[in-house]
Structures are given as C-alpha cells and as structure tokens.
Design a protein around this ligand. Sequence first.
Ligand SMILES: [Zn+2]
Length: 317
Amino acid sequence: MDYIVFDLEWNQSNTGKEPEVKELPFEIIDIGAIRMSTDRRMIGEYNQLVKPTVYQHMHHITSKIIHLHMQDLQRGIPFKEAVSDFLQFCGDDYVFCTWGTTDVYELRRNMRFYGIEPLSNGPLKFLDVQKLYSLSFEDGKSRRNLEYAIDALKIDKDIPFHRAFSDAYYTAKVLSLIPEEMLDYCSFDTFLVPESKEDEVHIRFKDYSKYISREFDDKHEAMIDKEVASTKCFVCNKNIRKKVRWFSPNGGKHFYSVAECPVHGFVKYKNRMRKTESDGIYVVKTTKLIDEETYLLLAEKRRQIQESKKNKEKEKN
Ligand SMILES: [Zn+2]
C-alpha cells in the first residue's frame, strides 16, 4: 500500500464582492501530492492548479498566505478534470495522509459539489500526520503547524512553504520520520457519517478504542442508543457495571462515564457529540483504562454537577 500525502489550497467568498455558496464555502484551487512507498520513500509527485468556477475574486487571506493570484489560476484545469487526474495518480491501493483533518474533508466536499462520489459513503480512513507528529514527539494533544515540525525535526527547508505541493512535500518529510508503530493511529474523516448501524466504525488501538456512530436527530436520541450509552471493558469487551453514570460538564458537548471490570479495572468513556452536515448528531466515543485516582476525580466532578443542578432547582421553587 502506498501513502498519498496531499495538501490543498482553497479560496473562499469575499464578503461584499461575492456571496458564499453554502455547499462550497471553500473552493479548491491548488492540489499537491507526494506518493510514498510502503517503506516511505518518495516515489511520485502531483502538482496541479485548479481553475475556479464559484469564487472569481481572491480572498485577501488566501492571496496573502499562498501568493496565488486569479490570473495564475486561469492556467489551471477544471476541478472535475483535476480530481480525476489526481485519483488516477493515487492508484487503487493507498491511504491518504495530510497535515491536520481539514484537507480530506474539503476534498470530499468539493467532489460532492461537482457531482463526483466522495470516495466513500461513510467515514474515510486516513493518516493525520499532524496528530502522528504530536503522538510521536510531543504529548499527543498539541497540534503544531507544519513549519514548527520541520524546524523541530531539523528538516532542510529547501523549497518555499504554503503552496499545496510544498506543504505536501514537507508533510511527507515528517511522515518519513514517524516511528513505524505509530502509523496504526489512523484517523477517520467524517464528511459523511456511517449510514447505518452496520456501517458504524469500531476500531481498537493499543491503548484506547474508538467508535463512530450513525446519525441521530439530537443528543437525547443519541444518548439513549444502546451502543452509544453502553459501557464495555476496553480489554475483554464485556458489558461492565457503571461506577459513574453519564454526565456532561459542558452543557452536553461531551459526556463522560466510568465503569469497572472485575478483571481489568476502571474504564473511562468519553462521548463527543458532533454535528453532521444535515444538522443531526453523531457520536465519537473513546474508551480507555484509567487508574483509581482518575475515577475518583470523575466521580467527584459528577457529584458537583448534580449538586449545582439541585441548588438551581431549589432557587427556582
Ligand atoms: Zn475486562
């Protein structure tokens, strides 16, 4: 399997000059990619300007960052043609790799806008090199910009930044330095969420697991779903008894719960509520083992939230 490391530049509406097209807030104008072999050597490149059809004025931020002007883009080819060339370059056994999570999403959104099937009818697996960089060299939570990583890893800056091709090239350089075992930590683009229960994503990593649900009408409907609300042991996958019932410390954005497996100990669940394109809700659940101290902290947090709820109700009456 090859790695297709790609980067996009896009343009957006200039308020006042052109209204925003809701289905295409970001129009792709530049596609750059590096193909890497399984052992992560650079074995091919793709570089293509795209002639815009939606936004005919360059947004000031776009031109400032990427030094592209409308007359440059007239040399480009239409998106449909570009994406077809690009997918031909990708071949049929590859995984996408990008810096951050937005490029895969915008590629798929642009594809759908032009009536092209957006690569999969549900979540699409890819490698987020920005995340892998953090997991490999920092705390796993930080998100650095590409140039920061290039400096920290002492990679030669032999071409200028901020064009699709150069950013793909530097992302590939970073990818080549990620330890092999970290490549298991894949990501999923959720431009489209699972269509049905059967299509839902269940994936287990070394130290945590992830579940991506289908779409629900709202948070309440999601949180009463059997799978969303379930508390299974991270190791043996058995349903285990809750020690801390589901609670949300931030008004329903995230929900937490803790359960205890008699064999494997305390397990923490975090349900993130995320909006779909059609204003529904889908859930990303992460599950991991925790120590007793973390369990006690979460139990205390829930107790405080329940207490302040009670006090508010008392005040009302
Ligand atoms: Zn267990």
